[in-house]
Design a protein around this ligand. Structure first.
Ligand code: SAM
Length: 294
């Protein structure tokens, strides 16, 4: 007799719970729904639906990946950020909802600046830059990343979102010499969510992060602040007078990053918290008169 949907979901959820997955029932529904083309409501209301052998095998293949702690978004290949879909690749970080704090802080500061030019440092999927461009149809931008696979993924995401004409992506390493040359600046806004995990903490991260997000996207050096030390002094040269820097920070890093920005002679340094109450974004401004739209 064929397995029913209810039986398959219950067995798979029990398996994921044993593997330490806290959101086992939800994850199983997302994975099975993807295979079967059903939404959560349909799966809950029709537990008696029989599964063909092929359907059961396809669900099993995805559940086995989740059992090895691969994140659901990586299994499904895409992740929503700021209401937009982003395709993931092996070399991209999975965008996090906390990073939407950076987008909100940046958009608020851009109000009144016409046709802003935006730079995104360590662009990954392109999520920060593309979310800003989607909200500001008069904006254009450039995203750089050291990882070639991230640059390719960001360009594909820009095309899929209809933003390719306003977004350029290229490979670039901020640890290199002359790395700010040829970026096409100066910019009205510099965004970044740099790697900020202290190196010693990488080994104790959740398996979903440790084993599946790329190390280049996570490792912030001994205290997690190495990229900020490198990037802060470059900001005045990258920004127009009055231009804005909006950077994501890790928990407990906001004060140190604020000090680095002040030390780089940026002004109006402000900290923004995410929905969980964690200080998540440091925003600052290059001194001078911003361009004001007429
Ligand atoms: C924390 S991830 C952020 C990705 C994306 N902006 C987001 O918010 O989801 C940091 C990104 O910085 C890139 N990166 C790390 N070191 C870099 C470097 N030296 N130069 C340029 N990009 C770098 C990584 O490849 C990764 O895509």
């Amino acid at each position: 007799m064929a397995d029913t949907l209810g039986d398959v979901l219950a067995a798979a959820a029990a398996r994921l719970r044993r593997a330490g997955v806290e959101t086992a029932r939800l994850d199983v529904r997302l994975l099975a729904g993807h295979v079967l083309g059903l939404d959560a409501a349909a799966m809950l209301t029709h537990p008696e639906r029989p599964l063909s052998a092929a359907e059961a095998a396809a669900v099993e293949a995805l559940v086995a990946r989740r059992e090895r702690r691969e994140p659901v978004a990586r299994i499904l290949g895409s992740r929503e950020f700021y209401g937009l879909p982003f395709v993931l690749a092996a070399e991209t970080l999975e965008p996090r909802p906390d990073s939407e704090t950076v987008v909100e802080a940046a958009l608020e500061a851009l109000a009144g600046i016409a046709a802003p030019r935006v730079l995104d440092l360590g662009t990954g999927t392109g999520c920060l830059l593309l979310a800003v461009l989607a909200s500001r149809p008069d904006a254009r931008g450039v995203g750089i990343d050291a990882a070639a696979g991230a640059v390719a993924a960001a360009a594909a995401n820009a095309a899929a979102l209809g933003l390719a004409e306003r977004a350029a992506f290229r490979q670039g390493d901020w640890n290199g010499a002359d790395w700010t040359r040829d970026l096409g600046g100066p910019f009205d806004l510099v965004l970044s969510n740099p790697p900020y995990i202290p190196a010693a903490e990488l080994a104790v991260l959740q398996p979903e992060v440790r084993d599946f997000d790329p190390r280049l996207a996570l490792d912030g050096g001994a205290d997690g602040l190495a990229p900020y030390r490198r990037l802060a002094p470059a900001l005045p040269g990258l920004l127009v007078p009055g231009g804005i820097a909006a950077f994501e920070v890790g928990a407990g890093q906001a004060a140190a990053v604020s000090a680095l920005f002040s030390g780089a002679e940026l002004t109006d340094v402000r900290i923004f918290s995410d929905l969980g109450g964690v200080e998540r974004c440091v925003r600052a401004r290059r001194a001078g008169k911003p361009e004001v739209s007429s």
